[in-house]
Write a protein that binds this ligand. Sequence first.
Ligand code: 1GP
Length: 239
Amino acid sequence: MNGAWYSGWRHVFKLDPERELSDEALEAICMSGTDAIIVGGSSGVTFENTVDLMSRIRRYEVDCALEVSTMEGAVPGFDGYFVPIVLNTDRAEWINGRQTEGLKEYGTFVPWESTAAQGYIILNAEATAAKLTGADTGLDEEGLIAHVRMADRLMRLPVVYLEYSGSYGDMRLVKRARSVIEGARLFYGGGIDNGVKAREAAIAAHTVIVGNVVYSDLEAALSTVEAVREVDLAANFEG
Ligand code: 1GP
């Protein structure tokens, strides 16, 4: 495991700058005991809505990172930055095109010590990110493991992100992915809308990302924090 700034994160809420969230709901999320908030979205991310959400989260002590998916949304002042690289697409724009365009513009300003690439493997065909990037979501197990090894071993990316956004993934595959990883941290996100799913995902992956349910059922979202803590308490107790 790498000793990076995000390496202790077990539970993370992902908030979308384009979506409305009341001050009360944001306070509950930030004070929930989650390890961090990631700000990011697949569409509609602008400088203004990103600054606005960051400054509202900044009232709390929780770590706050930005997933930089557009140049317009690159905002200074976060604790950390993730740069997604989509691995299961043949559209170069999403592998290195947008990233190098961003680096041409902002390369000298990047806080490298708090910036990490994420090797995204997008597995839900219905997800906006899958449609946007032309991801090959139909990978079989062998294909998935090959992508994980490419990210972790060949490219030595610090984070591998199994993205099922909007649908709950196959935890057997997530565990299998984790079993072949040597250096990266495995992020899992998608369809976690209750404590049971959060618990399963926390057993399968290093870091569990909870998104949509924040906007549809806040209480259920908050219950995922406790579920992940319980997995870790049980693991510590056992040994
Ligand atoms: C989205 O992986 C995250 O990028 C979380 O997925 O919104 O389905 O919880 P959900």
